[in-house]
Design a protein around this ligand. Structure first.
Ligand SMILES: [Mn+2]
Length: 296
């Protein structure tokens, strides 16, 4: 990647060079401050910087894994890409190209959003490299519209585009149109409704999700999948969402039973006084890296 590279303490985790050089890092943080197709509130362009800033305040020892995952993994941080110049089609192509070059270098891509429209080009890059791929989406919204406001690249169409590349499992869903609901039986997706998960024992629904995923899994986590009581800082919060332990237990199980090959965390809309949300997002990224790489 021929780009300016954030050095300590600007990188994810404020890591020293020995644990954050591109050449020796297995994971690469890729900030994508995309904020162009939202029909709701703008501001997700500030998400990546808020996550990076919060990442330098969290503990880097993981009590659950009894490890310091950054030492095993190496985490490099790229400079954010320019998402404002050019058409949305050009920006989408640039995200795809950058994703391809990370994967060619055998890196584990971690995109920080930014809005959810960044996911399909990254999944396309991952699908070029990994066979038997499926996408695990955590989200309040189905995002299964074929077009939205005349565009097929809108955040509202993200999972419809993903399904053109590979099958998916959608977890925490609780907001969609009747057209999307009617399309679901005809699409290669499995939906785990938030209302069902709320009443189901943790182990039983997680086991079913694992059964629906293929051997290689890309994670796309829209932070509005969490309940707004713990994650109000998104552009389209919906009541009745997932809690921290439901989400982390699911991802831990996926890390233990599948190969996680890339991920994104999207839709953080940082707000004054809500630094808990920025920290949740940073902690989530770090947790996922630990689950993906550090097995007991
Ligand atoms: Mn959403």
């Amino acid at each position: 990647m021929n780009r300016y590279t954030p050095t300590p303490p600007e990188n994810f985790g404020g890591l020293p060079e020995e644990h954050s050089l591109y050449e020796t890092s297995r994971a690469v943080i890729y900030p994508v401050p995309l904020d162009r197709t939202s029909a709701h509130k703008h501001g997700t362009c500030n998400g990546p910087a808020a996550i990076l800033s919060a990442s330098r305040q969290i503990e880097l020892y993981d009590d659950e894994l009894d490890a310091e995952p950054f030492k095993d993994i190496g985490i490099h941080t790229l400079a954010p890409i320019d998402t404002m110049d050019g058409t949305i089609e050009e920006v989408t192509t640039e995200i795809f190209t950058a994703g391809c070059s990370l994967l060619e270098d055998d890196k584990f891509p971690v995109a920080l959003g930014g809005e959810h429209a960044l996911t399909p080009p990254l999944v396309a890059a991952v699908a070029k490299k990994f066979r038997s791929l499926s996408v695990l989406q955590i989200d309040a919204h189905a995002n299964l519209r074929d077009t939205h406001h005349g565009s097929s690249l809108s955040h509202a169409c993200t999972m419809r585009r993903v399904l053109e590349l590979c099958p998916a499992v959608q977890v925490g869903i609780r907001s969609l149109s009747i057209e999307e609901a009617q399309a679901i039986p005809h699409l290669r997706t499995k939906v785990y409704w938030a209302r069902d998960i709320a009443r189901a024992p943790l182990k039983s629904w997680i086991a079913k999700v694992l059964g629906d995923l293929s051997s290689n899994v890309y994670l796309t986590i829209d932070l509005d999948g969490f309940d707004p009581s713990i994650m109000p800082a998104t552009s389209a919060p919906e009541p009745g969402g997932l809690d921290w332990h439901q989400v982390t237990s699911l991802i831990r199980a996926i890390g233990e039973h599948k190969k996680i090959v890339g991920m994104d965390v999207v839709e953080l809309l940082p707000q004054p006084g809500q630094h808990a949300c920025d920290r949740l997002a940073a902690r989530l990224v770090y947790k996922c890296l630990g689950y993906a790489f550090c097995h007991a």
